[in-house]
Structures are given as structure tokens and as C-alpha cells.
Design a protein around this ligand. Sequence first.
Ligand code: NAD
Ligand code: AHE
Ligand code: ZN
Ligand code: ZN
Length: 372
Amino acid sequence: MKSIKTRAAVAWAAGEPLKIEEVDLAPPQKGEVLVRIVATGVCHTDAFTLSGEDPEGLFPAILGHEGAGIVEAVGEGVTLVAVGDHVIPLYTPECGKCKFCLSGKTNLCQAIRNTQGKGVMPDGTSRFSIKGQPIYHYMGTSTFAEHTVVPEIALAKIPKDAPLEKVCLLGCGVTTGMGAVTNTAKVKVGDTVAVFGLGGIGLSVLIGAKMANAGRIIAIDINEDKFEIAKQLGATDVINPKDYDKPIQEVIVDMTEGGVDYSFECIGNVNVMRSALECCHKGWGESIIIGVAGAGQEISTRPFQLVTGRVWRGSAFGGVKGRSQLPDYVQRYMDGEFELDTFITHTMPLEDINTAFDLMHEGKSIRSVVHF
Ligand code: NAD
Ligand code: AHE
Ligand code: ZN
Ligand code: ZN
């Protein structure tokens, strides 16, 4: 097989709009797969990396990690997928063999993590180039391209009747939020929950909390436009920290007779992470960090908060093992257990992808889905 030409949105430099380019894509090598991306969501993490705040950010790169597509070709030795399979690329792969996969304790497969973080395939090179200049991969997925190459361990095979332009959101946002509730926090019936940040991630936490039959579900955002949809998805209380002249953690502790059982930070703001921890109930409350904070930022609290029983934890891709567990999320969506339409506030062709970033920054979208 020869190289192909494809279309992609290229991030040439931090802080600059993406540029639509014709890109050369080398054929999939051993263990790799060529995927035609049908649709991709735009997650805040793409904007985070584009902003230059990501310590692993590399340029020029093809961003995007919330996609869905169809296998067009496979490299030597590929056995996990075949041409024609419908797939969701996984930024958290699942090799099934590494210490992490075998631990039974985490979804953070490390088989290809080093090269993934360096913007290249496991053999240390990129498949993307423009006029001979290599373009970096991103999160091992690079879904802002009509065609991408992905290691086979980084593909979840999904049913062919799943609508790719919707289930692409399960490639990151919705799975991350729902999974954080069930796998990381393990919210139980009647538990009190606080969700900070009502974007794609926070709203998916709401879906998970409602499904877990949590009791009170407090949704917090500084953009009140998010409150209506939060209520639709199960929030019992919606609050804006700007309406109070005391720290929001104190407001929540007062509202809940001592604090919540679980809180989720879905913003990436280290000050809010502190509030999310400190609104937890003394003795047992757990706060789950989902938001991604910029280079050099650190979290802080009085150690006494932990001494007195509050727990700080984190969650990546909702603790979900992509190849073995993501197909089940797709099936549950197909069975009508939850819906995705509410999340898709905007759709657009690849050419208009920068609008998706503008809408996100203006607080006007939940998810934009880009089609090719
Ligand atoms: P988003 O931009 O759609 O939503 C963020 C929300 O936070 C917005 O509604 C915004 O109004 C609100 N917000 C901002 N500042 C606030 C503040 N000070 N107080 C209260 N609300 C505030 O983003 P998203 O796509 O939902 O992603 C959320 C975060 O989760 C990002 O940091 C993203 O990088 C991260 N993320 C992490 C994972 C993971 O696996 N850990 C996966 C996906 C996304
Ligand atoms: N590259 C950043 C960290 C970015 C990060 O935390 N990514 C999350 C997924 S966000 C998806 O929207 C993640 O899965 N992290 C685990 C991992 O191995 O990257 C940095 O700070 O260097
Ligand atoms: Zn994401
Ligand atoms: Zn592994």
C-alpha cells in the first residue's frame, strides 16, 4: 500500500487557529490500522493543548481524540480489527498484557504511552507529513483528519449500526464523566454529589449520578446558560459561585448538613479543585479530579482536610478500559439507557472546525461534532 492524501486540521503553533491542509499519510505499519474518521467531537482538552498550556503539547500536530470511524486498511500482523469494522480510537489503549492492564487496578495501559506523548507511533515516527515535513500525532488518535493511523490496541470495535456521528462522543467526554461516577467514585443509591463545571464532562457526570440513583445532585457553574440542561439531566440544585460572598465550599457544606459524599471537578481549575475537595463531608467525602490543569499549576489544601477523612482522587477516561468496556457503553446508548443528542449543540464540516473552538470559549456549546 502507498501513502494517501487526506484532509486534516493542522495545529501549526500554539494559540493559532487550525489550518485545513492536504496531508500525506503513510500506510499503517506493523500493528497499525488506517481509519477513515466519519465524525469527531471537540473536547476542551484539544483547546487546552492548542493553547500551549499542555506540557506535552507538540506542534505542528493534528489534534482530536473524540472520534469514530471505519477501518480502511490494516498493517502487518493486525488481528484485533479488520477492514470495514466500525471503531472508536482510544487515547487510553488496552494492550491486555502490560503491568497496568494486568493489575486489575487501572485502565491506564502504558504499552505505548511514551511514544504517544511524543506525538509519534510506537516505532518512533509519524505517519503524517506535509511536503516532507513530519506532522505530530496527538494522543495517539489525531481525529481532526479524514484519515488517521492508530495502533490496533487503541481501537474499540463497535456495532455497525451505531451512529458514528453521535457515538464519537463516547471516545472521550461522555464516557469520561459517566465512568468517573461508576468506576472511580462508585456512587451509590442516595449519595449526595456535587459537580463543578457543566460542559461535556460535568453533564456526563450528571447522567452517571442520576443513573446511580444519587440523592441530591448539586451542579455548579459560573455560566448560568448551562443550568437548564443540567436540570434536565438530573441536577436537583444549580448554583453559581458568583451569587455568594463566601467560598462555594462553605455554601455547599451548609446546604448538605456537612458536605457531599462525592464531588467532581470538571473544569481544570486548581482553585476549584480545592473547593471541590473541601465541600466533601468530613470523615468520608471523596473528590474526583477530572479537569486537566495547565503546565506548572499545583493543587493545595490544608493537610487537615485529608487527615479528617476527605479523599482526593483522579480519573482518566472514566477508568474505562477501552477495548473491553467501551463497546458496552455504545450498546447501552443503542439500548436507550442514555442519550447523546442533548450534548450535540453544534455540527459543522471540517472546514469550520475553528468555530467549534470559538463556541467552546464563548460558553455557547456543549459539544460540537465535526464531520468530514
Ligand atoms: P467545557 O469547556 O465544555 O466545560 C467547562 C465548564 O466549566 C464550562 O461550562 C464553564 O462555564 C465551567 N467553568 C469554567 N470556570 C469555572 C469556574 N471557575 N467555576 C465553575 N464553573 C466553571 O470543558 P469539557 O470538555 O467539559 O472539559 C472539562 C475539563 O475536563 C477540561 O479540563 C478537560 O481538559 C478535562 N477532561 C479530562 C478528561 C479526563 O480523562 N480526565 C477527559 C476529558 C476532558
Ligand atoms: N498531557 C497533559 C495531561 C493531559 C491529560 O491529563 N489527559 C487525560 C485525558 S484528557 C482527555 O480529554 C489523560 O487521560 N491522562 C492520562 C495520560 O496518560 O495522559 C500533561 O499534563 O502532560
Ligand atoms: Zn477529551
Ligand atoms: Zn496495557
